[in-house]
Design a protein around this ligand. Structure first.
Ligand SMILES: [Ca+2]
Ligand SMILES: [Ca+2]
Length: 344
């Protein structure tokens, strides 16, 4: 009887042990299956967003005629849902390339399906402290001396010398060396926008307010056909001239990005073309001539931003990817900014 009892206890223990083993094995297998599924989903999303960037490169190369006179807000890269909105990649998913643009005839920001040119922004590696200070005053609502102080720090960060351009303002090695975690000023061109966070005086609030109006890309000139009011205002220091340029561009319907838009095809005739439609005063004429003489304006663009979201049909997983491409087909910057994977 005693032996039978022991065998029964042993058998029961074996059953318990086998059950625990099965449960833990099952859990491990399920974990691995989830992991593999997520890796497969991430790979699919990568392929879909890369297809979006390839589409953008194709569109840019198709319009890259060296004889073209202008890139404008009605160019094929600028606003074309057919090319950039919810483009299916087989039955796996789709990509959209979009950015926030001002609603036609209003001040609300809406999704615009297309690329943005970097030449619509102030080039950080070529700008002067006065232009930068004007932008800060108008977009961050800083006082003049506070804006100048920060503008000089932004320039000092990338200029090659170690000395301050301004006797009181700016920041070079000495200012950064005094920080809790010291570093040196870069003294070399900005390569990505987020570098601004390293500049003395820049915080998240300021970065957010200027990020759409400055760029580390470009060759020094701003495209007068695409620049927003904030940029034209900072360049010319004249809000009314900026308004007149945008009014001219918008055409008779006074909406930008529509088929009746006007554009400038040659920097040397900007004054004549603008004055033919909207009368300019002598000061505005001088401001345009100054910008042209200092090579601050262009009518075409070479660098383009692509903000692409790839999504999976089966579970809504998505990946956001930002890239900058140029008219030669080069990808100069590429960064996955967000990825959200569902388990299914
Ligand atoms: Ca420097
Ligand atoms: Ca128009």
């Amino acid at each position: 009887m005693k032996n039978r009892g022991s065998i029964l206890v042993l058998a029961l223990w074996s059953v318990v042990l086998m059950s625990v083993l099965c449960i833990s094995l099952g859990y491990g297998v399920r974990q691995k299956a989830v992991l593999i599924n997520r890796l497969v989903n991430a790979q699919s999303l990568r392929e879909i967003t890369y297809s979006g960037i390839e589409r953008a490169r194709g569109v840019i190369q198709a319009v890259n005629d060296p004889m073209r006179k202008a890139d404008t807000l009605t160019s094929p890269w600028a606003n074309q849902s057919a090319n950039f909105r919810e483009i299916a990649i087989g039955d796996r998913g789709a990509f959209s390339i979009s950015h926030k643009g001002r609603e036609l005839g209003g001040d609300r920001w809406v999704d615009v399906y297309g690329l943005t040119d970097e030449e619509r922004k102030i080039p950080l590696n070529f700008t002067d402290p006065q232009t930068m200070a004007a932008l800060l005053e108008n977009t961050v609502e800083m006082g003049h001396s506070e804006a100048e102080e920060l503008a000089y720090a932004i320039i000092d960060w990338q200029d090659k010398d170690f000395g301050h351009q301004h006797p009181q303002y700016g920041a070079e090695d000495s200012e950064y060396g005094d920080l809790d975690l010291p570093y040196e000023a870069k003294d070399a061109p900005y390569e990505c926008l987020e570098e601004l966070y390293l500049v003395k005086g820049i915080n998240a609030e300021i970065f957010d307010k200027i990020k759409d109006f400055v760029t580390p890309f470009g060759e020094g000139a701003v495209n007068i056909n695409t620049a927003p009011k904030e940029v034209l205002w900072a360049l010319s220091r004249d809000q009314y001239l900026a308004d007149k340029i945008i009014k001219y561009r918008a055409g008779p319907d006074q909406d930008e990005g529509t088929s009746d838009d006007r554009f400038f095809g040659d920097v040397n005739t900007i004054f004549l073309e603008l004055n033919g439609v909207i009368l300019l005063n002598l000061q505005e004429q001088a401001e345009i001539e100054k910008m042209v003489t200092e090579n601050k304006l262009t009518t075409i663009s070479k660098y383009f931003s692509v903000r692409c979201r790839g999504t999976l049909n089966k579970n809504g997983s998505f990946m956001d990817s930002n890239a900058v491409i140029d008219t030669d087909g080069r990808v100069l910057y590429h960064h996955i900014s967000e990825i959200q994977l569902a388990n299914a």
